[in-house]
Design a binder for this molecule. Sequence first.
Ligand SMILES: [Zn+2]
Length: 261
Amino acid sequence: MLNYFDKALLSQIPEQLLKVPYLVEEKTGISLKIQDMDELFAGSAPGFSRALAVLDINCDEQAITLWVAPGIKLAAHMISHELIHLRRNILEGVPKIFPRTNIEEAYMTESYFLENELEHLFIIPEEISLFPEAEAWWAEHYRQQIEKVRTEQVSIAHHWRTIRIALPKQTELIQACAAIIRDYDSRPTERLANEFYHSIAGAMPNKHEMILELIDMFPREIVFTIGVGRFTCKPNGNGIGQEFIALGEHLPRPARFAHML
Ligand SMILES: [Zn+2]
């Protein structure tokens, strides 16, 4: 499983995370595969092919794969980040936003983005507590993200919330994001950004409540594209499934791509 990575790198990762794939295998019978992203992967998941790493939990194929961008050497904090995603998804069965069946690709990508951003509110602080150097890495990551989406007001509002909760010491970054929001010269954007922050921060650490708060603020056309559920482990190590815990009147398609780094 983890022998894709060299031993010196793995020795930097805490024991409690290194054992996650083995606990997952014990519980589900599924062995974590780690593979370089290939053309087949890029074709099946165009929205994800530019990520450094993608954790792909596929109930249809009963497979769990960590796809790594070719030529990229993941640092110990990044591997740990993926292992925390895996632990939360499979061992802890945390509630998740899933895309529904037969929706447009853009909506699917959006629902994965929303879920990923909510998970990062937990995972980035845990990662930084284990690897202090990860804080600068994530600050740079979000600095680039807010530049990329500076004209997209809703995306900026999501990033504003993530940065304030997950990287509270990054005051320069927080101010840069606030300045973009002010530049819109639009009170609705500022109000939306503050609502995203206060409602989600207030519901933490209850992930189900966080999702419901987020859904409350969505336009209806987005609500109709998602479901809420969690991954489940079948008895006696017989694979993984999904159960739906809210908004389940239409079955979402089995979720893949639980996460992009
Ligand atoms: Zn992540």
